[in-house]
Structures are given as C-alpha cells and as structure tokens.
Design a protein around this ligand. Sequence first.
Ligand SMILES: *[C@@H]1O[C@H](CO)[C@@H](O)[C@H](O)[C@H]1NC(C)=O
Ligand SMILES: *[C@@H]1O[C@H](CO)[C@@H](O)[C@H](O)[C@H]1NC(C)=O
Ligand SMILES: *[C@@H]1O[C@H](CO)[C@@H](O)[C@H](O)[C@H]1NC(C)=O
Ligand SMILES: *[C@@H]1O[C@H](CO)[C@@H](O)[C@H](O)[C@H]1NC(C)=O
Ligand SMILES: *[C@@H]1O[C@H](CO)[C@@H](O)[C@H](O)[C@H]1NC(C)=O
Ligand SMILES: *[C@@H]1O[C@H](CO)[C@@H](O)[C@H](O)[C@H]1NC(C)=O
Ligand SMILES: *[C@@H]1O[C@H](CO)[C@@H](O)[C@H](O)[C@H]1NC(C)=O
Length: 312
Amino acid sequence: MITYSGRKCVLSFTKFLSFVIIVMFLVTVLLTFIVLTSENCACVNQQTSFCPNSYPKLKNRKLLSHNLAVLVPFRDRFDELLTFVPYMTNFLNAQGIQYSIFILNQVDNYRFNRASLINVGYLYTMGDYDYIAMHDVDLLPKNTNLSYAYPATQPFHVSAPNLHPRYHYDNFIGGILLVNREQFKLVNGMSNKYWGWGLEDDEFFVRLKDANLNVTRPVNITTGTSNTFRHTHNKTYRKRDTIKCYNQRNVTRRRDRQTGLHDVKYKITNVHKLTLDDYPVTVVNIELKCNRTVTPWCDCSNTTKSSLNKKT
Ligand SMILES: *[C@@H]1O[C@H](CO)[C@@H](O)[C@H](O)[C@H]1NC(C)=O
Ligand SMILES: *[C@@H]1O[C@H](CO)[C@@H](O)[C@H](O)[C@H]1NC(C)=O
Ligand SMILES: *[C@@H]1O[C@H](CO)[C@@H](O)[C@H](O)[C@H]1NC(C)=O
Ligand SMILES: *[C@@H]1O[C@H](CO)[C@@H](O)[C@H](O)[C@H]1NC(C)=O
Ligand SMILES: *[C@@H]1O[C@H](CO)[C@@H](O)[C@H](O)[C@H]1NC(C)=O
Ligand SMILES: *[C@@H]1O[C@H](CO)[C@@H](O)[C@H](O)[C@H]1NC(C)=O
Ligand SMILES: *[C@@H]1O[C@H](CO)[C@@H](O)[C@H](O)[C@H]1NC(C)=O
C-alpha cells in the first residue's frame, strides 16, 4: 500500500513537472510572438517601410548610429534624377554615411511647394532616421571634403554662399542643408505657404534664427563657387515658376508663425522602391492639399494676365 501510494505520488509529481514545463514553453512562445510582432511594426530596416503610427512610438528611440534621410523635393525632372541618385550614392558611401534617398514627388495639380514636401518627408522618415538633408536634385557636391555628418549642435549648410554657384548672400541657406530631428521639430519645420519657386528657404532661416540656432558652414574648403558643385539645372529647358498672384508677394515676405510641420495637409498616394542602375531610391508620391482661403496662390491659373507679377 505504502509503496503503491509512494509510486502514485512520484507519478503525480512527474505529471506536475511536465505540466509546468509545457506552460512555461507556451508562455515563451507567446512572448516571442508578441515581441516579433512589435519589432515588425517598428520598421527598423534601412530602406524604411513606413508603417502607420510608428512615428509617435519611435521618435525618441536611440539609434545605434546616425542615420540620414536625404529628402529631395521633386517634380518632373527625370533626367536630373537619373544623374542624382548614382552620384549621391557614391559620394555618401565614400564618406561612410548611413543614409537613404527619398524622392518627394509632388503629384497634385497645385504649384510646386518645396517646403511642404520637406515637412512631409520629415514626418515620413523620422521613425528611422535622426537627421535630414534638404537637398536640391540639381546640385551635386564635387569636393569630397564637404561633410554630410550628423549636425549635432547646429544645422549645417553644405552649399554655403561662398561655395554655391549662384547664390552668394549671407543669409542664404538653400541648396543643401543638414538639420537634425530635434532642430527641425523645434522650429515647427517649414512654412506651408510657399507655392511656386523661391523664398521658403529665407523664411526657414528666420525660423532658425528665432530659435537661436546658428547655421554653420564648411571651413577650410579650398574650392570656390565655380568648382565646388555641379549644377545640373538647365534654365532654358526648365523655366522656374516665379509667378506671383493674389497677395502672395506680400505674405511670403513675412515670417509665418501659423503654419509648419504640425499642420501640413497631404496624402501619400504611393511609395515606390526603385533601383536606378542598381542604386536604391525610394519615391514617395505626395498629394498636397491647399486651402484656397488661406493661400489662393497655390493655383494662379485663373488669374488674369495683368494681375500676375513676374518676379524680376
Ligand atoms: C581635402 O582636405 C585635405 C586635407 O586638408 C586636402 O589635402 C585635400 O586636398 C582636400 N580635398 C579637396 C578636394 O579639396
Ligand atoms: C547662436 O548665437 C547666438 C548669438 O551669438 C547665441 O546667443 C546663441 O546661444 C547661439 N545658439 C546656440 C544654439 O549655440
Ligand atoms: C582650418 O585651417 C586653419 C589654418 O590651416 C587651422 O588652424 C584650423 O584648425 C582649420 N580648421 C578646421 C576645422 O579644420
Ligand atoms: C538646355 O536645354 C536646351 C533645350 O532642350 C538645349 O538646347 C541646351 O543644349 C541645353 N543646355 C545645356 C547646357 O544642356
Ligand atoms: C500685407 O499683409 C499684411 C499682414 O497680413 C496686411 O496687414 C497688409 O494689409 C497687406 N498689404 C497688402 C498691400 O496687401
Ligand atoms: C480653410 O481656412 C479657413 C480660414 O482659416 C477655415 O475657416 C476653413 O475651415 C479652412 N477650410 C478647410 C477645408 O480646412
Ligand atoms: C478655372 O476656370 C475654369 C474655367 O472657367 C474652371 O472650370 C475651374 O474650376 C477654375 N479653377 C479654379 C481653381 O478656380
């Protein structure tokens, strides 16, 4: 009897142990599943695959190393793009920069809005990247000493006035500008009021200034305005949209304290991951929205000839 009871007891204990082991196994499987699913949603891969709602979760995540999103506002410049992607890939690879190139392709019928496209590009990439290059598609750095490294303390203007082929005024920050995630957020990004060509970069300069950010520029560069960059833009072939209609001229000469990163209205209609001659690039199709009450000059097509002022 006693032996029997003892044997029964041993059996129960073995059963109990197996039960515990099975439960622990199931819990482990469940936890692994949960972790894997959330990792999947975090989009931490290099060629970012955007997953909705990942931005708020990840914006404060510490990156293992700095990661640059090259943001290229774009419309209808395919020939310039074909040159840009291979060139910049080789240039940035040579510097050991970790980066991806994003072509911000404006697909609506409004006038080109470089600043709003950059706002959208920032929102789209900031889950996985911790700084941006606001980059013209037609400006290629030739001097290998121009650094695209992380701008830790101040925005860094690569295409400085003493190096840019065309613009030489002190407050010029267009062309190529590196800004980190916190700096861009601090100034509420760029104004959304600049439809058509020009002035949005000058307004951004004032935003940086108001936030006490002092743009820094390359030092000890031995090349000058004629040989630091290659400007691939063909003025004859592609005219700039410098028309001003309604009260655009008045409004766009002022600091905009209303609009920016927080209120850019848009829809991403498609994301294409392409390779151009084996060089990867992500094309983000962006449909910008315009409130015609606030910025009627997003479309000047119905204004009479006499009310249009050509910029001189
Ligand atoms: C880059 O800087 C180094 C060190 O100052 C210099 O030797 C080199 O000539 C520079 N390269 C160019 C393209 O200016
Ligand atoms: C920028 O320069 C101004 C004036 O020299 C200075 O007061 C300010 O602290 C600087 N900002 C930063 C972030 O260093
Ligand atoms: C620039 O060149 C000057 C003179 O050669 C040197 O003293 C200075 O340290 C250099 N600055 C940087 C940031 O390399
Ligand atoms: C610019 O485009 C025009 C018209 O297509 C062409 O005739 C001209 O050769 C181009 N200029 C350059 C510098 O490529
Ligand atoms: C220009 O804009 C300011 C501020 O929005 C306004 O007060 C002023 O009347 C405008 N001037 C013209 C000529 O439209
Ligand atoms: C456009 O802006 C006006 C003025 O701020 C506002 O009253 C209106 O609701 C806006 N329209 C849309 C569609 O957001
Ligand atoms: C411009 O005029 C055309 C023809 O009158 C009209 O169909 C169109 O809706 C107008 N567009 C705007 C933006 O007012």
